[in-house]
Design a protein around this ligand. Structure first.
Ligand code: FAD
Length: 463
């Protein structure tokens, strides 16, 4: 039975500063003091928009489509040359919770599905709630979806700082090939996964250095004779070679087929044997990237050197463009989602999305995945506790380490993105800060976009 936790609008507005913060081991703010202009001299203005979405992973895609569909002048900026974030870097892993029980989750999710389907069978296949994509089609389908809703986008643009005036973020400083520039916005949505914008703006962020989940450099194999080779053959050959190749991860190795192809991707425990690695620490990150590249070679060598001639014939296609990061900083919001919320299926009156999936033990050897209950994400978990003008979505919403692990499926990240984008658009249109957005109006708009908050549906098997 789900617990009900409610907050009236008045309570909501006064809850700032009293958020539950169970399980938070460490918090951090950027060196600049909150409420002061972080960059003394303004840089040339690159753009001036209603809604700026930073980071084009699943959350950013949801936020950009959600805001632009609502009529906001929206700009999505991305550090890489393509959109998709981990969905693209992980080389074909399932995008979970996009069509729960095979039914549409929202207009925003469906727009991406429609654009993928337009490329025919090679682009996508459907599971019980998930999509399996060929990531090359995914990268272009995202562009198609953004263009359909009139959302402008820029790649090779990295958020590098933020300008805060009177405790409100008013612009993001971005690094481009032509130097640092500013993008002014009425509302900003931080979809960087690592809470970069919030951190630069001086909002409080949370990170648990002792329990960070591992990063993983995915790799893909081909030239596999499906009649003779099983996933487990490849997995066993890799694990057996660990004595010779010590970088091979001791934890889980998941092998699956890339949609409509004869190739397989490998997801694995990545950096788990290196101890806890903080992807926002550039020294640790560099070590992790370097070690992961050597690790991939060792895994491929293990397959090639096996006694099985069918495995010896397997070829290596390549790796993702960078390690995929499971967990780093989260922004401290007005409310901090907890493990108990995730496990008890808690509902909230200010729900803006639901999440479901597994509590991910983080690739540790012998650790089990635990199925959690469908639970709500309250609006208060996507609004920073103190800073104005900013919303967060996806991996960096306000949650404890465990609750963050619980809700990171890509469909869930798109859903919090959708809500954040819509709330940002409403706040920009009304000339108010996101904290003041009327929850009834936001929830009505989400429902009009096809979002279903009904608890009855929570009994469905594949939520
Ligand atoms: C190895 C691994 C396996 C996974 N397997 C699955 C799975 O099978 N199914 C599933 O549903 N989920 C899976 N997940 C979880 C899921 O991929 C993530 O939780 C999800 O991608 C998070 O979405 P996001 O948009 O919040 O962040 P991300 O996907 O991390 O995207 C963030 C985006 O922001 C950009 N960015 C970052 N910083 C900046 C900056 N300063 N300026 C501009 N752009 C910036 C990045 O380049 C990136 O494109 C997996 C995760 C990992 C790491």
């Amino acid at each position: 039975m789900a617990n009900r936790r409610s907050a009236t609008r008045r309570e909501f507005l006064t809850l700032a500063g009293t958020a539950a913060a169970g399980g938070i081991a460490a918090s951090a703010t950027a060196p600049s003091a909150l409420g002061q202009s972080i960059v003394a001299a303004r840089r040339p203005v690159l753009d001036d928009v209603d809604v700026l979405v930073v980071g084009g992973g699943p959350a950013g895609i949801g936020a950009a489509i959600g805001a632009a569909r609502n009529g906001a002048k929206t700009l999505l900026v991305e550090n890489h040359s393509f959109f998709g974030g981990v969905a693209a870097w992980a080389l074909g892993m399932p995008i979970n919770q996009v069509r729960p029980d095979g039914k549409p989750r929202s207009i925003v999710h469906e727009l991406l599905v429609k654009k993928l389907e337009a490329y025919g069978e090679p682009a996508v296949r459907f599971g019980k709630h998930e999509l399996w994509c060929n990531v090359e089609y995914l990268k272009v389908a995202v562009l198609d979806a953004l263009e359909e809703v009139g959302c402008r986008y820029l790649v090779h643009v990295r958020a590098a700082d933020a300008i805060v005036e009177n405790n409100r973020i008013v612009a993001v400083v971005v690094a481009t090939k032509q130097g640092l520039k500013t993008i002014q916005a009425k509302a900003v949505v931080d979809c960087t996964g690592d809470a970069d914008v919030a951190y630069y703006a001086g909002a409080e962020t949370m990170i648990d250095p002792e329990s960070l989940m591992p990063m993983t450099l995915s790799l893909a194999l081909t030239n596999i004779d499906r009649a003779k080779v099983k996933y487990s053959d490849v997995r066993d050959a890799i694990h057996k070679a660990r004595a010779k190749y010590p970088l091979i991860p001791s934890g889980f190795l998941e092998i699956n087929q890339i949609a409509h192809s004869g190739s397989w991707y490998i997801n694995h425990a990545g950096t788990a044997d290196m101890g806890r690695v903080d992807a926002t620490d550039i020294h640790q990150r560099t070590k992790a990237e370097a070690s992961s590249r050597r690790q991939a070679i060792q895994m491929v060598q293990a397959v090639r050197e096996s006694n099985n001639p069918d495995l010896q014939r397997i070829k290596w296609i390549g790796t993702g463009p960078q390690v995929s990061v499971r967990e780093t900083r989260r922004v401290k919001g007005i409310y901090v989602l907890t493990e108990d919320d995730a496990m008890s299926g808690r509902t909230f009156d200010d729900a803006i999305a639901w999440r479901s999936g597994f509590l991910d033990p983080g690739g540790q050897k012998g650790a089990k995945f635990v199925k959690m209950q469908v639970h709500d994400v309250p609006y208060r978990a996507i609004v920073p506790e103190k800073l104005e003008g900013l919303l967060m979505a996806g991996r960096c919403i306000s949650a404890t380490h465990v609750a963050a692990a619980a809700g990171k499926s890509m469909g869930n990240c798109m859903a919090t993105g959708h809500a954040a984008g819509l709330a940002a658009a409403i706040s920009a249109k009304k000339g108010i800060v996101p904290r003041e957005v009327n929850l009834r109006e936001l929830r009505d708009a989400l429902q009009a976009d096809g979002v279903n908050f009904q608890p009855n549906d929570r009994d469905q098997k594949n939520l």
